[in-house]
Design a binder for this molecule. Structure first.
Ligand SMILES: [Fe+2]
Length: 265
């Protein structure tokens, strides 16, 4: 029997999937979220932090991977992450993207009027379990890994078939009453395919890093809203920020190849 317990992170929502004697953390939050996770384990669940048998980092951004460094170092929590996660911030241009993304996380907190917290984290994540499409989480084989590139090249979500629960990480966001795409959608065609892939899942409980939990009896309709947003593109105020998100070496290569394909076509 598994139950989901939400934890309010600094600028995102975290979820603890709680089992009899072990806990799965979805996903790892910001660097400054480690004490919040510890508090939720001790005060809410009355369990030692050592019961977190796995912390997942769905992608490399500060509000998803930042906490993993601290949890692993401070408590020895095993960390699982996409196999290719460290390619995104590799090299000098990757370091620039890492800096920009961390500053953007501070900016998001500032717009919400949250007090300043330390978010800086190493761009390279040391992790114990590389994850890939179609496999299950180590020690939590009831959670299936689904690769969903689009936001970054390595984003993934997790599906718990038995309870029809999807942890949608940064692929599905809920802002107010509306379902939205993340910022940025770096790879439009890939995002389209990822959403189509999710559409075929039977989902009744949606867990979102930005938007919390939401029960639905029409998941395909949520996906259709997002597919429409992919076609529409960003509103002008968001589009202005897009040049800030082009420095990852993975993305540079992707755009170059895309341009070459278009030239040939
Ligand atoms: Fe993200």
């Amino acid at each position: 029997m598994m139950t989901i317990h939400p934890v309010e992170g600094y600028i995102e929502n975290l979820f603890l999937a709680v089992y009899d004697k072990k806990v799965l953390l979805l996903d790892s939050g910001c660097r400054s979220d480690a004490p919040r996770i510890e508090k939720a384990m001790k005060k809410k669940l009355k369990r030692p932090i050592s019961q977190i048998a796995l912390a997942v980092a769905s992608h490399t951004h500060p509000d998803h991977a930042g906490g993993a460094h601290v949890l692993r170092k401070r408590f020895g929590t095993p960390v699982a992450a996409p196999k290719e996660i460290n390619k995104w911030y590799a090299g000098v241009s990757g370091a620039l993207q890492h800096f920009i993304d961390t500053m953007l996380a501070h900016y998001v907190a500032w717009t919400q009027k949250y007090p300043v917290e330390r978010l800086w984290y190493k761009k390279r994540l040391t992790f114990d379990h590389p994850l890939k499409e179609g496999e299950t989480l180590p020690g939590f084989t009831d959670w299936k890994i689904i690769e969903t590139p689009g936001h970054t090249a390595h984003d993934m979500v997790l599906y718990h078939e038995k309870s029809k629960t999807l942890y949608a990480a940064d692929v599905i966001l809920k802002v107010g009453k509306n379902f939205r795409l993340p910022f940025p959608v770096s790879m439009r065609q890939e995002m389209r395919c990822s959403l189509e892939k999710l559409k075929s899942l039977e989902v009744e409980h949606l867990l979102m890093a930005h938007g919390g939990s939401h029960d639905t009896d029409d998941f395909p309709a949520i996906i259709d809203t997002l597919l429409e947003e992919v076609e529409r593109g960003y509103p002008p105020e968001m589009a202005r920020l897009k040049p800030l998100e082009r420095f990852s070496p993975v993305l540079k290569k992707y755009y170059k190849e895309l341009q070459e394909t278009q030239k040939v076509a």
